[in-house]
Design a protein around this ligand. Structure first.
Ligand code: CMP
Length: 142
């Protein structure tokens, strides 16, 4: 079933010049990039985007890191894209991620794990709409 999801290439992967390699893998794996932007998140934006983690011990570090430099945000589309992209990015902790996944290859640690991907349908709707209202599930033809 065709769906959409949001991916963020995080500041460590941008600083390490791994954007091209990661995008190449996304395309070679067959995901369609519907929209793409380079942005630097404000604290307010990062705190709103990651609102589900508010109050957790790692929240401040997460916000500090995600606002520290530029990110690449993307909307991807494809068959079963939400599940498929989660397998493609790997475990949240790069040390536990399977060989060949993006976090295994490009992640430094649990915080600097190179990439974010929406973890379910509801999250994906919220996250796509957050950065790309023009591609929201409600407005775009799926
Ligand atoms: P991400 O997919 O962007 O979603 C929330 C982020 O919080 C997660 O990736 C990690 O980079 C970061 N994080 C830092 N510490 C933890 C933790 N203990 N558990 C889960 N996520 C963490």
């Amino acid at each position: 079933m065709i769906k959409r999801t949001l991916v963020i290439i995080k500041p460590n992967a941008v600083k390490d010049k791994n954007v091209g390699k990661i995008i190449n893998r996304i395309e070679e794996t067959g995901f369609i990039i519907l929209g793409i932007k380079m942005i630097q998140l404000s604290r307010e934006e990062a705190e709103s985007f990651y609102y589900v983690h508010r109050g957790k011990p790692f929240f401040k570090d997460l916000i500090d890191f995600m606002t520290s430099d530029k990110c690449i945000t993307m909307v991807l589309e494809g068959n079963y894209v939400i599940t498929n992209i989660r397998n493609f990015v790997g475990d949240t902790d790069p040390e536990k991620a399977k060989k060949g996944t993006i976090r295994y290859e490009f992640g430094d640690d649990l915080s600097k794990n190179a990439i974010h991907a929406s973890d379910g349908i509801e999250t994906s709707k919220f996250e796509v709409n957050f950065f790309f209202p023009e591609f929201s599930w409600e407005t775009g033809k799926l």
